[in-house]
Design a protein around this ligand. Sequence first.
Ligand SMILES: [Zn+2]
Length: 277
Amino acid sequence: MAGSLSSEARDAVRKEARAFLARHKILLPPFPVDLALKAQQLRLAEVSLEEALRRIGADGPELDKIDAMLDVTAKSVALREDLHRHGKKWGCVHEVAHSVLPWHADLLYYCPIILLPARVQRQMELEADAFTSDCLFLGSRFTEEAKAVPVGIRPIIQLADAYGASITSALRRYVEENPDPCCLLVWKCPEGPEADENATLSLHYFVRSPSSGLTFRIGQTVGKDHVVAQAYLELRDTATAAIQHELSNGRTTYTAETFFNSYSLFTLLWSPRPAPS
Ligand SMILES: [Zn+2]
């Protein structure tokens, strides 16, 4: 499962994000990234993240996971060179988060994040990502809108568009803030010529709603006879498509939808709401 924050830490971040949105009168999507940077007196660095890291002599495989970095003294945000526009947006707001969350800003004034103990870094990154999600999806606004549309991946993709958000971040937000039990599985797809013969998929990660008890083993594989692999094989020939099917964990059968957008494969799982009695 993707990492998660304690409910106290999550609430503290939520409160700061809500205050930030209110302070800058941000009510409608898409979230204004330039305004947020300006509000924190930040600007984009003239050099890429790769160059910024080289200059401070930082290297190591763990740095490959970083997409953006805040220079507190220069008040600048350096971004990885090859980031997609959604990645850039996320990276900017993530760094804004480090400068807005008071307990981050104070600490980072004295010590760059990459020099902090791994546990502290991990916590701060999760908090900055939670703040980013709260900002890009305008607090509870996206969740309220998602409640009003039919359950499924397509309506969420449409909302993602309106919010200028990536499909992945919108689906995650949808699941993480959902009061009903649901879960999002993100798969690693096979590549190259073997993909045709052997459609083995492995689970990259999953996120679930707070009321969902579903759990999966990261890295678990499903063979080509599995319903998700079959959906994948069927979907691969179409550019962007979704297919509905059922998925069972042995006890309960869930409605599922598998979606492929030519580079990512997701399965959204939910249990149909009981009919009102
Ligand atoms: Zn960060």
